[in-house]
Design a protein around this ligand. Structure first.
Ligand code: COA
Ligand code: AMP
Length: 629
């Protein structure tokens, strides 16, 4: 069947479509129906089914005779380590880890925070939690202790599983002191912490609170898989919103299994047994869905890569991994390719490797710029598919379903909506817009299985952030247009979220940090275009009356504050001290106008601007650091 037939069949009878897709999952008790809409506009899926995520990702493959197949390939150029773990080994390791967690009191519904780098143990920790029905929340290693503390207080974990350290080029990230600092800052205290000691750094354990990963598993009874209801949360993943407080996106168990499994063949075009690689991090949604869960649920081999696209050791690393491990489908962020292209524009490194095993490249996480797509097509000689999705959905909203039918690519568009998603462009009042017209991208409710049913402990915020602006629709936060052929184009965010090297960050959170600087009276943070990272943040600060210190010192302090409070991942390096910020007469800071000036785009100052002369001051300030040309 062609894409259109499948999409139309979903639209004609979504219930039948999702019940059929659910057949690929092993349920302890099959659900009687797919959609539960009694609480509309809050929707849930497969509520009365009983199922276990870890069983579907691991045990069932061992039971069906595939125990010897490699489940995980760990390839770490940064530590010069390689290792393979078969499905049977993975089952045994995860069952023992889950048994040890259970022996210390972790049960279904308890939260567990995981703070680990790109090592197989991170996946094992995730799977051990879902084996017990415990709800994990993975925190990205590039966040600072205070971000970890906020998450500890929000999800109140019974346990935290962490590694002693992570390794970044040129430095060791000391996870343990960050963890200790976070627990000290947080009001909630976990009962215990499990520490995986890496060779590169052995951390001091706190007597009575910390246990050693290996030691605490000694002699325990392995745990069986605990069946949970279809709508039981598999995990919470925090993501940035408009304000500083991150949103705890909930992932429901049943829909997650069904939908992710569906995507592996239909979108990524891999069959069970094939090697699939997503070069992301377990701390992000791509890592949850496509390093850990989807490939394992679908019995693929997944690659856990601990390294960078360049410098570990060179711009040929990605090609080596693809060639050496026989990767069929590869997923990365455009920024990674831009980094490679900058270092090796002619694609000389790729000539050293045979990547004929590769069928396609998939890009997501940020806008894929035409230059990068064309360069990738040229050097890699495979189709390049952009696809658009969000932490909230957990998988593709709009993409190219290569496993059904490779649709013609229009560069600049992630192509067409996947079954489950009815995507519309709306004007400010919620009216549908004509093809080609720019507006807010909204998805008609209900969202499909596996997408967020709500936010952890924050239903009112869920309703306000996503369901209120356009009744009957989910508001994506992205703006764009749909052309005459139905192809979607993503143009910008409608909120204060920016995308730095494929990482989703909140400028509001950075503003909260800058505002806490004792000399700062007022501030604004905007995301400006960057050739490598897509966007980078720039801070504008107005100083309190009477402050007379060197601006360079204040700028350096601002950078340090953001790094310490949010983390290195914010890549916050630039602060400009200005006298005034451009505002409307009602006092709203014109962040969008500042971005246009910085990016040297043409713009018309809004009619409501208070004092247009301030724009010239902003432009001059930006020119001192090479922007606004
Ligand atoms: N733990 C601790 N620190 C981390 C980290 C982690 N897991 N990941 C990144 N950081 C740090 C980096 O070391 C860097 O610190 P520095 O300021 O001391 O140099 C900072 O956070 C910014 O990192 P990043 O934005 O990744 O920039 P970079 O200059 O180190 O590398 C790229 C640039 C393009 C090579 C890199 O961003 C990259 O590989 N991006 C791919 C992104 C990706 O896969 N995203 C997944 C979303 S789908
Ligand atoms: P995250 O939740 O971190 O995955 O970030 C989701 C956001 O990243 C989206 O709302 C978009 O703003 C942006 N994004 C993700 N994929 C794409 C894409 N293919 N094209 C343009 N923007 C994208």
């Amino acid at each position: 069947m062609a894409y259109k037939d499948i999409y139309d069949s979903w639209k004609a009878d979504p219930e039948a479509f999702w019940m059929q897709a659910s057949e690929a999952i092993d349920w302890t008790r099959k659900p009687s129906k797919a959609l539960f809409d009694d609480n509309a506009p809050l929707y849930e899926w497969y509520n009365d089914g009983l199922v276990n995520t870890c069983y579907n990702a691991v045990d069932r493959h061992v039971e069906s005779g595939h125990g010897e197949q490699t489940a995980i390939i760990y390839d770490s150029p940064i530590t010069q380590t390689k290792r393979e773990i078969s499905y049977v080994e993975l089952r045994n390791r995860v069952a023992t880890l889950a048994g040890a967690l259970r022996a210390k009191g972790v049960e279904k519904g308890d939260r567990v925070i995981i703070y680990m780098p790109m090592i197989p143990e991170a996946l094992e920790a995730m799977l051990a939690c879902t084996r017990l029905g415990a709800i994990h929340s993975v925190v990205f290693g590039g966040f600072a202790a205070s971000e970890l503390a906020v998450r500890i207080d929000d999800c109140t974990p019974k346990a935290i599983i962490a590694a002693s350290c992570g390794i970044e080029p040129g430095r060791v990230v000391h996870y343990k002191p960050l963890l200790d600092g976070a627990i000290e800052q947080a009001s909630h205290k976990p009962d215990f912490c499990v520490i995986f000691q890496r060779e590169q750094e052995v951390a001091d354990l706190i007597e009575g609170r910390d246990v050693n990963w290996h030691g605490f598993q000694y002699g325990v009874e392995p745990a069986e898989c605990v069946p949970v209801e279809g709508n039981h949360p598999a995990y919470i993943l925090y993501t940035s919103g408009t304000t500083g407080a991150p949103k705890g996106v909930l992932r429901p168990t049943g829909g997650h299994l069904v939908a992710l499994n569906w995507t592996m063949k239909n979108i990524y075009n891999v069959d069970p047994g094939d090697v699939f690689w997503a070069a992301s991090d377990v701390g992000w949604v791509v890592g949850h869905s496509y390093i850990c869960y989807a490939p394992l649920i679908h019995r693929n081999t997944t690659v856990v890569f601990e390294g960078k696209p360049i410098g570990t050791p060179d711009a040929g690393t990605f090609w080596r991994v693809i060639s050496e491990h026989n990767v069929r489908s590869f997923f990365t962020a455009p920024t990674a390719l831009r980094a490679i292209k900058r270092e090796d524009p002619k694609g000389e490194e790729i000539q050293k490797y045979d990547i004929s095993c590769l069928r396609a490249l998939y890009l997501a996480g940020e806008r894929a710029d035409p230059d990068t797509i064309e360069w990738a097509q040229k050097v890699m000689q495979v189709p390049v598919y952009d696809h658009w999705w969000q932490t909230e959905t957990g998988y593709t909203i709009v993409g190219n379903p290569a496993g059904i039918e490779a649709l013609p690519v229009k560069i600049g568009s992630p192509t067409l909506p996947m079954p489950g998603y009815d995507v519309h462009i709306l004007d400010e009042d919620g009216h549908p817009m004509q093809p080609g017209k720019l507006g807010a991208i909204a998805i008609k409710l209900p969202l499909p299985p596996g997408t967020l049913p709500s936010l952890w402990n924050a239903e009112a915020r869920y309703l306000k952030s996503y369901l209120t602006t356009f009744p009957g629709y989910y508001e994506t936060g992205d703006a764009g247009l749909i052309d005459e052929d139905g192809y979607l184009y993503i143009m910008a965010r409608t909120d204060d979220v920016i995308n730095v090297a494929g990482h989703r960050l909140s400028t509001g959170a950075m503003e909260e940090v800058l505002a806490s600087h004792p000399d700062v009276a007022e501030c604004a943070v905007v995301g400006v275009s960057d050739q490598l990272k897509g966007q980078v943040p720039i801070g504008f600060v107005c100083l309190s009356k009477g402050v007379n210190r060197p601006h360079a010192d204040i700028a350096a302090e601002c950078a340090r504050l953001v790094r310490d409070r949010i983390g290195p991942v914010a890549a916050f390096k630039l602060t400009l001290v200005v006298d005034r910020l451009p505002k409307t007469r009602s006092g709203k800071i014109l962040r969008g106008t500042i971005v246009k000036i910085a990016d040297s785009d043409t713009f018309k100052p809004p009619a409501t601007i208070d004092d247009p002369a301030i724009l010239d001051e902003i432009k001059e300030a930006l020119q001192t650091i090479g922007y606004a040309r």
